[in-house]
Design a protein around this ligand. Sequence first.
Ligand code: ADP
Ligand code: MG
Length: 621
Amino acid sequence: MNPRLQTEPGTPASTTVPQTRRSNAPSTRTVLAVFLAALAFAPMVLPEFQVTLLNYIGLYALVALGLVLLTGVGGLTSFGQAAFVGLGAYTTAVLTTATELPGWIAWAAGSPWLALLVGLVLTAVVAILIGSITLRLSGHYLPLGTIAWGISLYFLFGTMDILGGHTGMTGIPPISLFGWELDKGGEIFYLIWAFLLAAVLTTRNLLDSREGRAIRALKGGMVMAEAMGVNTSRSRMVIFVIAALLACASGWLYAHMQRFVNPTPFGLHIGIEYLFMAVVGGAGHVWGALVGAGVITVMKQWLQDLLPQLLGASGNFEVIVFGIMMVLILQRARDGIWPLLAKLVPVRAVHKQISASAEPLARRPMPAKGELILEAKNVTRKFGGLVANNNMSLEVRAGEILALIGPNGAGKSTMFNQLSGVDTPSAGEVLFRGQPVAGKDSREIARMGMSRTFQHVKLLPTMSVLDNVAIGAHMRGSRSVLPSAWRLDRAEEARLLKEAARQIERVGLGEHMFAEAGSLALGQQRILEIARALAADPCLLLLDEPAAGLRYKEKEALGDLLRRLRAEGMAILIVEHDMDFVMNLVDRVVVMEFGEKIAEGLPDEVQKNPAVLEAYLGGVE
Ligand code: ADP
Ligand code: MG
């Protein structure tokens, strides 16, 4: 099914109008076509030296692209990518030059293409091994970990006899393609750039998919991603392996371009340079990899000539300039050069189309009204000496709204975290639809039909409202990496987007569908979180202060929405400070103070309860 299909009448206007920024501006396709044409002619018109430079740019960009995915999009910093480049280069060097190979691998001898295959498999295995150890590290420890294995692999290349030690290996044959031997710079040029373009396009496809949203959600915080059903460890591993495979492919091309390898280009300092490229180019954008590789490579060439002349001494002075540049970029243009360049070449902005004909997603059967959905029994949570929840019990039924109220610091958000699996109770039991869930991952609980919003809004500010809400529908799709990269996921993607659009309309954010989520007012961002929670098709909704920051009309609309959901049989647990809002809406109220339940009952009863008046509403009446 084609997601760009023109929508039919019947869907709301805001989703059908393709909003164009400048109608006479060229489309992305035109810009890309001009770029491709220039590339195709480059080796015929440029001097050999510049063709070589372009080859290097292509090779570096391939590695930097992996870092865009890993660091820029996924937020995982790696200094070790050069080692994976080395793995690709040495694998092909050994397999294509060896005179005698052990029997089990002899089939791959002599053919660069088979060596590429072996290199990719080997790299994937090594990346999974390294990843399963280092990706668990958090904060600064992860980059430090990548330095450690980066250095280890580098020394391995230099010390293994079979790899020629520090002198390296010579006699690597050129790659041949359908009988055409790519033994000149102007020939392998086409292969390098074909690899790069294919990698850029597949990476872009991947990012624009269910899997890609899960990857981008990593930066919005693990808690949010897991609560939407994303397996964050898996997503981290996926981008780590992809980045490693891109580096390996670059190493393979490099080895056959140079026709010899030694350990130098695979050391830590080059690993740092790759990271420079990604950051300078624009670590969040696929084309940033190319820009970064281009800028750094050309500058390096130029500085290597210029600086020793200026300073009257030889040395790698360009590293100092790069260091200063990195600091400046991080201070002045966090997103790198690509976004600045993109502004110079205005292209027509084409929004995603919501396909009206996409099949609605399957829904979970809703429990019967009145059925017990959530039951917390004597939940206690201690943080050191502080008892944030003490012996808390509550229950929520289908078709009922329960309010959890209490002064600031009473322990309401902590209770939410115990219920939704973000945190584990120190003691007590939580039953969701009859099953014990305390101690389960929030991802598993989300799958069972519990969905939540956060007191401190957790969304991806630079992604559209549509994409943010579609993260909520993650669990309702199944297409993953390869189908996404090759665009075989479009039918499912259309269904997911249609569902996201439906929820956005439902909560009244239709006119903001394609706006960046970060551009919404805070109150609207809260509403977005509700749409995202609804996109998961829950039977229990946990809302942590949804009305905070809303204007009067918006609160009314929110109240209406929650009443409609209740009428459909949804169970809703809500934490809210606005008493007018709560008392007019909910069926029952649980009041907390100092981590304990001090009252429970109908809104009218609770409002008259002396303990509550004393503790919470003190002075109001
Ligand atoms: P509420 O949502 O009712 O305002 P919280 O549940 O956020 O209250 O907090 C209850 C108490 O628990 C507060 O004293 C808070 O400082 C403490 N608390 C919450 N989370 C943690 C934590 N992760 N570590 C230590 N103390 C915490
Ligand atoms: Mg709170």
